[in-house]
Design a protein around this ligand. Structure first.
Ligand code: ADP
Length: 487
């Protein structure tokens, strides 16, 4: 018994989820790189500006202490004090009253290591509130050089410059310190990029929502394909997947539908053949069974008669099985062995074989002279089948003509007889498998001959032709000379 198929669990990672993840990762990465780069560029611009302002402050201090000079300080030279000031305190006081801090900036004057003056206007914050920072500045300037640096203090991250101030000939050491609150300086771009991050996150969410919807719509035919395919069983193969739109996925759906149609047709024809064969085999079996039942074992004549009848019926069954086998082979389209074949030569070979069937006046009427790309063996088989039928169904000694005609890229191999013809309306029936017409003359057959001829014609991309009347029939196999695709 066939094991029951378990319904498959939904895949953990659907194609839809994968597509969406890829889109989201790329989008988020793109936004992150663009935003991050812009933020870093802006940040470094702000920091450069702060440094420039710090150096300007030092220059201002130098001007206050020593008067204008053609030499610009390089930021590392000690600022000398002119004799104009009576003490370092005086110089520092003058500096603090003249050099005023800007926004987010705070300045402080140290004298001998202690905070002595703050600027004339209220600074944004008080440097003297962080003694550790003051200590750091004093130690950094103890060698008498101007120092610039960044410090993380209790007041926040600061960018500062410290310039030592001395008055020549006087004791005491002054230090001018000015610093910018970096958090406040960077606040503007930080808030701009916070807004950017929020908008970017909303955009990513919107991409996710639209992407989920679009991917779902695009993949819907594939989902339907999967659902239909899993629904289809041998009994329900008639179902087709609805085709929507005109893209790759709908093309795939059409291809699968075509495949289903082919499987459907092949299953149907197999079923039909099975039904026909069952029906055909029933008759001889019933005959054999009936005669064997009525057989008188004491009567030698009866035994001999029954034996002959049973053998005859068995032969008929044998012939039927042989025909079915041939038909199965002919249905195999890939089994054609096509070669470039001389049509006239083939005609004379088939004629020689057909003439041996006997009891008729055979003649050959060859008009075709060229060659055709065909399976000569299969064409001979089909042509002889037509000749055999003609001999079987037309009166003894009547003339039968074999011929081949060429034209319009095709060649036709035909057989014409003076038989009774096919009764009107039954022309289709005789090409069906096991399809026979009762001639009333007791001619036996399986009804598979013409099906085999038709299968061979179709495998060559051709067709079977028929012209029939009460004066006779003309059956033909017409195939393309260049070698056609299977019909
Ligand atoms: P079979 O000959 O075994 O019955 P075929 O498929 O060859 O099977 O033929 C199907 C039917 O077509 C035959 O039963 C016969 O009635 C009819 N037929 C075929 N060839 C001829 C012919 N040349 N003349 C008259 N009837 C024919």
């Amino acid at each position: 018994m066939r094991p029951e198929r378990m319904p498959r669990a939904a895949p953990a990672w659907s194609v839809r989820a994968r597509i969406l993840t890829a889109i989201l990762v790329v989008t988020a990465l793109g936004m992150l790189v663009a935003g991050g780069t812009a933020y870093l560029v802006q940040r470094s611009r702000v920091l450069q500006e702060v440094d420039a302002r710090l150096l300007t402050a030092v220059e201002s201090v130098r001007v206050v202490v020593s008067g204008p000079s053609a030499d610009s300080p390089d930021g590392t030279a000690q600022v000398p004090a002119p004799a104009g000031y009576a003490s370092v305190e005086g110089a520092m006081s003058a500096v603090m009253s003249r050099v005023l801090p800007g926004r987010n900036e705070s300045s402080l004057a140290l004298v001998d290591g202690s905070p002595a003056y703050i600027s004339a206007i209220e600074p944004a914050f008080h440097l003297e509130d962080d003694p550790q920072f003051i200590e750091r500045v004093i130690s950094e300037t103890s060698d008498g050089t101007v120092r610039m640096g960044t410090a993380i203090t209790t007041l926040g991250p600061l960018r500062y410059v410290a310039a030592p101030v001395t008055v020549e000939g006087l004791p005491g050491q002054g230090v001018f310190v000015t610093a910018y609150d970096l958090d406040a300086e960077l606040g503007e771009i930080t808030s701009a990029f916070t807004t950017y991050a929020i908008v970017a996150s909303i955009a990513v969410l919107a991409v996710a929502a639209v992407g989920w919807f679009v991917a779902g719509r695009l993949l819907a035919p594939i989902r339907r394909l999967r659902e239909t395919a899993s629904r289809i069983t041998a009994a329900g193969i008639h179902e087709r997947i609805p085709v929507q739109g005109n893209d790759d996925v709908s093309e795939l759906t059409r291809t699968v539908n075509d495949m289903l149609a082919r499987i459907d047709a092949s299953l149907e024809s197999q079923q039909q053949l099975l039904d026909d064969v069952r029906h055909e085999l029933k008759t001889p079996l019933t005959i054999v069974h009936g005669h064997m039942e009525l057989l008188d074992p004491e009567h030698p004549e009866d035994i001999a008669q029954t034996r002959a009848l049973v053998l005859d019926e068995i032969d008929r069954m044998h012939a039927l099985v042989d025909d079915i086998e041939t038909l199965a082979d002919s249905g195999e389209l890939t089994s054609l062995a096509r070669t470039e074949t001389d049509v006239a030569a083939l005609a004379s070979q088939v004629f020689a074989k057909a003439s041996a069937i006997g009891e008729h006046e055979w003649s050959l009427e060859t008009v075709a002279t060229g060659s055709a790309f065909i399976d000569a063996g299969r064409i001979t088989q089909a042509w002889l089948q037509l000749a055999d039928n003609a001999a079987k169904y037309s009166p003894a000694e009547s003339p039968i003509v074999l011929g081949c005609t060429e034209g319009d890229g095709a060649v036709e191999f035909w057989v014409a007889d003076r038989g009774p013809g096919i009764p009107p309306g039954l022309e289709k029936r005789i090409f069906e498998r096991l399809g026979r017409v009762d001639t009333g003359r007791g001619i036996r057959g399986s009804g598979l001959g013409l099906s085999i001829v038709q299968a061979i014609a179709h495998a060559h991309g051709g067709r079977v032709t028929l012209a029939t009347s009460s004066l006779g029939s003309r059956f033909g196999i017409e195939v393309p000379t260049e070698g056609g695709e299977p019909a």
